[in-house]
Write a protein that binds this ligand. Structure first.
Ligand code: AMP
Ligand code: MG
Length: 429
């Protein structure tokens, strides 16, 4: 195994000074996003949402002493002499099932038949599992003694009353839902799923499923970004294609504002193209920073907030954050995963939507321009800790994207990595 790649020129050589770093761009985005107001939601609907309160046990768990097995409640002394050769036989004076709220008392020298989860009769010291007995109804022959507390689940043995069981900011998975329900909560405060409106711009775009003529392409970005937003936990609304005309772009954006917690456009924002109408339209609607970020693909980035024209400053009308992603599909995809996915997390006060990062050995070389962080598509074999770079890394090459399950990261100061080098690898969700 070798080092971590060949180092390129300094910042001057790369022109890095004029570029914004990936970290700085992401930090500005996250700082600009306020979490959505939490809402009370039934525990049955809370899966996949982010908890907005600490959930504590209202009472101890379990809340009463109960049996951990089907068997017989006994006093330890009464079964101490029991062995397979010389079983102890005790009368069975009652039977307690789970859910039975009656009061039972265990007499010395007797036993009570008890089921898993049933409340312990007063005076019980241990439960003898049914497997150690002949299972008798009126009398039971017990073949082994039991220690104090055997097969007994004491009140508070799982959690104390008031103990916090699930903390605010947790993305609720099935185990958390179990704990919330077990704590007796019928509903909890969670962040709503962010509503993300996705819009692709470009006069060359056609709906997939319709015929095209040379010069046109099928729109893939809006479907891809909507799917990626759903994967990230959002409700995504994909809008129809918007042509490169200012009279179309502005109303299309304004129309969607009312139902968006976040807007994402693709295309129409490259540096200097005169058909870059998104840029022109947004200059009227919002405060958006268009900049070059030190990365590849995805150098031209735009992020800011927009408000419908004419309502700016009216109370109750919140500006909506907006990403304007580059049009090349791979650039749009990588930009979404690096910047928009964490932003969807921020709308839910959740910091877990950065891509998972692992280290893996490269099975082939990688190249990267100086001064820019490259995100290169590859196939990660997690069990062997290896990443195979894919050929066809152009930012229009969507076929390669379809084969990838990970992105190798080549740092800004590195221009080449070789087979055997260890790379940081982002796992694609
Ligand atoms: P633009 O950023 O608008 O200059 O577009 C850059 C490249 O991405 C061009 O080749 C576009 O045709 C392509 N492109 C833009 N939008 C889409 C889209 N929604 N789906 C697929 N390709 C697109
Ligand atoms: Mg375009």
């Amino acid at each position: 195994m070798k080092g971590d790649g060949e180092v390129g020129g300094g910042p001057e050589a790369s022109g890095k000074a004029e570029l914004t770093s990936v970290e700085e761009h992401l930090a500005e985005i996250l700082a600009a996003i306020a979490p959505l107001a939490p809402a009370e939601t039934g525990v049955g609907d809370a899966y996949g949402l982010v908890l907005a309160e600490d959930v504590a046990a209202a009472s101890a768990l379990p809340s009463f002493d109960n049996s951990g097995m089907d068997g017989y409640a006994v006093r330890v002394q009464d079964v101490a002499a029991a062995s397979p050769e010389n079983p102890v036989t005790l009368p069975v004076t009652a039977e307690v099932a789970a859910g039975d709220t009656g009061t039972y008392a265990l007499r010395p020298g007797a036993s009570i038949k008890i089921m898993t989860g049933a409340m312990l009769p007063a005076g019980t010291e241990a439960v003898v599992p049914v497997e150690w007995t002949d299972g008798g109804r009126d009398r039971v022959a017990i073949r082994a003694g039991a220690d104090y507390g055997n097969a007994v689940r004491l009140a508070g043995g799982d959690a104390k009353a008031g103990e916090v069981l699930v903390t605010a900011g947790t993305l609720l998975r099935p185990m958390h839902i179990a704990v919330i329900a077990a704590a007796g909560r019928g509903s909890v405060l969670v962040r709503p799923r962010p509503r993300v409106v996705v819009l692709s711009t470009g006069s060359e775009l056609a709906e997939p499923g319709t015929p095209i003529i040379p010069g046109r392409i099928w729109d893939s970005n809006s479907f891809m970004i909507a799917a990626a937003a759903r994967e990230a936990g959002a409700l995504a609304y994909r809008q129809a294609i918007v042509r490169d005309h200012p009279d179309e772009v502005r109303p299309a954006l304004e129309d969607q504002l009312a139902r968006a917690d976040l807007m994402i456009t693709t295309g129409g924002v490259s540096m200097g193209g005169e058909h870059d109408v998104v840029k022109a339209a947004l200059q009227k609607l919002g405060t958006i920073k268009f900049r070059k970020v030190a990365m590849q693909p995805g150098m031209p980035q735009g992020f800011g907030t927009i408000t419908a024209a004419g309502v700016s400053g009216v109370s109750g009308v919140e500006p909506v954050p907006i990403f304007t992603l580059p049009g090349n599909p791979v650039s749009a995809y990588v930009s979404f995963q690096i910047f928009a996915r964490p932003a969807i997390g921020a709308l839910q006060a959740y910091d877990g939507l950065g891509l998972e990062s692992v280290r893996a050995e490269l099975t082939g070389p990688l190249r990267s321009p100086p001064g820019r962080r490259s995100f290169l598509r590859g196939v990660l074999d997690r069990s062997r800790g290896r990443l195979t770079p894919l050929t066809g890394q152009g930012s229009h090459q969507i076929a390669t994207l379809g084969k990838a399950n990970a992105l190798a990261v080549v740092p800004e100061h590195v221009v080449r990595m070789s087979e055997g080098d260890i790379a940081e690898v982002l796992v694609l969700p």
